[in-house]
Design a protein around this ligand. Structure first.
Ligand code: AMP
Length: 591
């Protein structure tokens, strides 16, 4: 594939992402083909007042049609208006500001005419490269990227030789301005690219400082994937009557899906999944897992927990895949566990919840996954499981969808019980509003109820209660007890992560939980033991689940471990001689 084709292909997806029904169609081949193959006798870029040289450059690059953000931005920017654009990467936003900016440069000016601020060195380099590519028809035009971590002197000499467009990170730009090596007196346009990201990275004060130094009469263009209040404030303060460009369809689609994330350590994911399903499940659910093996493991566990589950992964033959999707559609199964590839293009209206059991490989996969819900005008929910380490990737996903991902707790018993009651109420009212298909059978049932009511002298309420109990079955409807593990796991994780710091200072430990007993074991920092070693060894020897093991504190010569009360003697004895890091635990009750 040539570079041009590659770019067009990238872009076909990009346009699709922003301009049509967001997630699913980013992989929809129909839209894909339409976008890349529509023959355009005349460039769609004509009519914006661009020079012949630029039109030729675009043609050579293989751009035939402006993207939606470009169509909206070009006329405003060519007039020199300020502009606020809400758009994600991949929508063609760089060209949206770069092309008009290049066209409005004046020849013969010695100092820079345009400054682009970007949050990262990578983006600054990329934007500078785009400028260079788009200015192929103007070989004398000079573009320079300035960012930290590289040689100051070469940047200074390039600035001295004369530059038309400077693209840089706020810190380095500010340094050059302060020491007088970047003269902004002739600046006509400032672009803030990925403004929300600059805010997130703590550059906003630098950005304001830069804005305060610029000539009074200048054009300011601000692009941001999201519009937090700080960015709105910035735009109000520094932009004059800006044109506003938002990629609407994407926003509206995104808003129909409520996105949440749960931080849960790896060993507790399955339990957390059961709880999320119990509290939030109901209609169709798709659970996305990273590998085939994980789909099987998750499905087995859910089946063991009493759920009806189907699996869709690369090993499932095509004809069976179709049957599986049909079962999901008709409601004969409610839960589908799938890999990304197998679930491509899946369009089932009754999916109310998408669970990202594993973090997706990239944000495009995330957008596609959550797009399986919120179909046909309905609302949908998406829950993302992240391990503590993966939390830092959430921000990328928020940027990709332009929507916040709220954090949620692993549902406790109250939430689960509420979910169960809600589902029961729904089933009951649906049943009450639906007639049995067979009228004779309905008449017989009516007769049967009356007979039972007369025989046992039951009131209608008593009779209804009996029928309801029959529908619920013998198991308790509401969940009780064992709610503490959520708190325990969370605290244990915290303790484990910060363990070393605590224990070196030999802080007095809090008393163990009520149902726990504290034990002393004779391994410590001197043996390089880590909490994981103790959990693994104790769980392996006693058969206790990792989550039942409480707080662990490691000191130089020994450690303290909280274990459930009532440990049988033989288990205690086996732990005495158990070796961890080549040393016997010699476990004893801690005073
Ligand atoms: P951006 O959102 O600026 O990161 O651009 C995404 C990609 O789309 C880049 O590879 C651009 O080269 C490409 N691109 C931008 N505008 C167009 C267009 N009108 N036609 C085809 N490709 C484009």
């Amino acid at each position: 594939m040539t570079e041009q084709q590659q770019q067009r292909d990238d872009f076909a997806c990009a346009v699709d992402l922003s301009a049509s029904s967001l997630p699913e169609s980013s992989l929809n081949s129909e839209v894909f083909t339409t976008t890349i193959s529509s023959p355009e006798p005349e460039s769609g870029f004509a009519g914006f007042g661009f020079s012949e040289a630029l039109l030729r450059t675009l043609e050579v690059k293989g751009y035939s049609e402006p993207s939606p953000i470009q169509k909206a931005a070009f006329p405003e920017l060519m007039l020199g208006r300020d502009l606020v654009g809400q758009a994600q990467t991949g929508t063609g936003k760089t060209a949206a500001f770069a092309l008009p900016l290049l066209e409005r440069l004046e020849s013969g000016q010695k100092t820079p005419q345009a400054l682009v601020l970007a949050p990262t060195r990578e983006l600054a380099m990329q934007v500078a490269e785009s400028f260079k590519a788009y200015s192929a028809g103007h070989p004398h035009l000079k573009v320079l990227a300035v960012y930290g971590g590289t040689d100051f002197r070469s940047q200074i000499s390039a600035l001295r030789r004369g530059v038309d467009v400077v693209v840089g990170t706020p810190g380095r730009v500010m340094d050059h301005m302060r020491q007088g090596t970047l003269d902004t007196s002739g600046l006509r346009t400032l672009v803030l690219d990925e403004a929300d990201e600059m805010l997130r990275m703590g550059f906003i004060d630098d950005v304001e400082w830069i804005l305060d130094q610029l000539p009074e009469k200048r054009q300011v263009v601000l692009f941001s994937a999201t519009m937090p209040p700080e960015i709105r404030r910035l735009s109000k303060r520094y932009l004059k009557d800006p044109a506003e460009v938002t990629i609407r369809t994407k926003d509206q689609e995104g808003k129909r899906i409520r996105q949440r994330s749960i931080t849960v350590p790896m060993p507790h994911k399955l339990e957390a999944l059961q709880r999320v399903l119990d509290a939030c499940g109901g209609e169709g659910v798709i659970i996305f897992a990273r590998t085939k093996a994980i789909t099987l493991n998750v499905a087995e566990n859910l089946e063991a927990g009493g759920h009806q589950v189907a699996v869709l992964n690369g090993d499932v033959p095509q004809n069976q895949r179709e049957r599986t999707v049909e079962r999901l559609r008709s409601g004969s199964v409610d839960i589908l566990v799938a890999t990304d590839v197998a679930a491509r293009g899946l369009d089932v209206e009754r999916i109310g919840l998408v669970i990202n059991y594993d973090m997706p490989f990239d944000s495009e996969a995330y957008v596609h996954r959550i797009g399986r819900t919120g179909r046909a005008g309905r609302t949908g929910e998406a829950v993302l499981f992240v391990t503590p380490r993966e939390r830092r990737f959430i921000r990328n996903l928020e940027r990709a969808t332009g929507q916040p991902i709220e954090s949620m707790e692993v549902p406790g018993n109250t939430a689960i019980n509420q979910g169960r009651l809600d589902r029961l109420r729904k089933r009951l009212s649906e049943a009450a509003q639906t007639q049995r298909p067979d009228a004779d059978e309905a008449a017989l049932l009516q007769e049967l109820m009356q007979r039972v009511a007369t025989e046992l002298e039951l009131s209608p309420e008593q009779l209804a209660m009996a029928a309801l109990s029959l529908a619920i079955g013998n198991d308790a409807l509401l969940r009780k007890g064992d709610d503490d593990w959520i708190k325990n796991t969370r605290r244990n994780d915290r303790d484990r992560n910060s363990g070393d710091r605590h224990e070196r200072r030999e802080r007095p430990a809090r008393a163990p939980e009520e149902n726990m007993q504290r034990y002393r074991v004779e391994v410590g920092h001197r043996d390089r033991v880590k909490p994981g070693n103790l959990v693994g060894a104790i769980a392996g020897e006693t058969g206790l689940q990792g989550r039942m093991i409480g707080r662990i504190q490691i000191f130089d010569n020994y450690s303290l471990v909280d274990l459930p009360k009532g440990m049988p003697e033989e288990v205690f004895n086996s732990l005495r001689s158990l070796k961890v890091m080549s040393r016997e635990l010699q476990i004893s009750k801690a005073s």
